[in-house]
Design a protein around this ligand. Structure first.
Ligand SMILES: *Cc1c(COP(=O)(O)O)cnc(C)c1O
Length: 385
């Protein structure tokens, strides 16, 4: 089965990890700050905090922004559940904004009207999580412009978009947000096995996240209530967690980071090739805004109901039978039983639901060979015949 995504780990990555295994520090050594500095420099963010997953990074981002009981967080239904769950960890409520039918990202017109409604009913959110679906940035300038006057804080969930660009800048620079989150899960653009990172230009947010990642403990005398009682002294000033990334993971991440441009080039080449090969197949291919450069974490096509009567379920089954590990991203989060129990219902976000009923994710990753790519395209053509 050709997987829809997979990691690309080579000898240089293995060597980097082995070197740490033989060194003095398996965790809390020099590799984590090195990895943080490399990514922060690339995306022009002032601070980076590496953690053990993007889910942890989202949780810390919400805590740093002081999201708590009585507050609301908004995100989109077309995302992985973690983009919404981070609010629930903090005791806050979740609400959703529907997606744009072209980009499958947050719809700025849906956001504008929901904000007006929320202002009238006194239910404005404290935090908005904008998800860069499939690796293409949301229209962040518009999102910021719409939310600024309400004082809404913005988290970019860029789990799909490491290496993506928006209006000439790297995703992660937080030009229109407070915090950006990356994921290094093996199916994502670069991997640390499990891992994530929060980037910000705000020193206070960075130091809060850094402290919360490690039990709420500080060794910085400026953050202490009682001054140093000696060189051994540390203080727990918050209730934090152990969300640390290990040095083994950071070494893998740093090595993968050196290969990022090679990965992005191959992903973008595969996307271009699909676009050529599938142009006359009854599919809606991914639309790209001219001011974005997607990292192409996912390649999602929609079955075009105006040109074929074949259902998504039939295409999906035929593709799996042809040895292609197709997938579907995402079951809308508001339709998950956990969120249905919290009062959401089918029919509430029609664009996300319509998209979901027609979407199919086809393989895209740097190790996908040209002959595998041709096989996927031919199988799709046949499945829709
Ligand atoms: C993968 C993913 C996450 C969670 O990432 P982990 O590193 O696995 O915790 C969050 N949001 C989105 C959109 C994702 O795709």
């Amino acid at each position: 089965m050709i997987p829809y995504g997979r990691q690309n780990v080579d000898q240089s990555d293995c060597d980097a990890v082995l070197e740490v295994l033989r060194s003095d520090f398996l965790t809390q050594g020099p590799m984590v700050p090195r990895f943080e500095q490399a990514l922060a420099a690339r995306v022009s963010a002032a601070h980076a905090v590496a953690v053990n997953s993007a889910t942890s990074a989202l949780h810390l981002a919400c805590l740093a922004l002081e999201l708590g009981p009585g507050d609301r967080l908004w995100t989109v239904p077309n995302t992985f559940v973690a983009s919404a769950n981070c609010a629930r960890y903090c005791g806050a409520e979740v609400d959703f904004v529907d997606i744009d039918p072209q980009t499958y990202n947050l719809s700025t017109s849906a956001l504008a009207s929901k904000l007006q409604e929320a202002e009238r009913s006194g239910s404005l959110p404290k935090v908005l999580v904008a998800v860069h679906f499939a690796g293409q940035s949301c229209d962040m300038a518009a999102v910021r412009a719409l939310t600024r006057s309400y004082g809404i804080r913005i988290i970019e969930d860029a789990s799909h978009a490491v290496g993506g660009r928006y209006q000439g800048s790297e995703v992660g620079g937080c030009a229109h947000s407070d915090i950006t989150v990356f994921s290094f899960h093996p199916v994502k653009i670069i991997t640390t096995g499990e891992g994530g990172m929060a980037l910000t230009n705000d020193a206070r947010l960075a130091s809060r996240m850094r402290r919360l990642r490690s039990h709420g403990i500080t060794r910085d005398v400026d953050e202490m209530e009682r001054r140093g009682e000696g060189a051994w002294y540390y203080e727990q000033v918050d209730l934090g967690f152990n969300y640390r990334m290990t040095d083994l993971q950071a070494a893998l991440g740093l090595s993968q980071y050196r290969r990022l441009d090679e990965f992005l080039a191959r992903r973008r080449e595969i996307a271009r090739r699909y676009q050529e090969l599938l142009a006359d197949v009854p599919l809606i291919l991914p639309f790209q805004r001219p001011d974005t450069e997607s990292a192409f974490h996912l390649y999602v096509v929609q079955i075009d109901p105006t040109r074929t009567s074949t259902s998504r379920a039939v295409v999906f089954a035929r593709m799996r039978k042809a040895g292609v590990g197709v997938n579907v991203h995402y079951v809308p989060v508001h339709m998950q039983p956990y969120y249905v129990r919290r009062g959401f219902r089918v029919g509430q976000y029609p664009e996300a639901e319509k998209y979901y009923s027609r979407a199919i994710t086809v393989p895209i990753h740097p190790l996908l060979s040209s002959s595998e790519l041709d096989h996927v395209a031919a199988a799709l053509r046949q499945a829709l015949d």
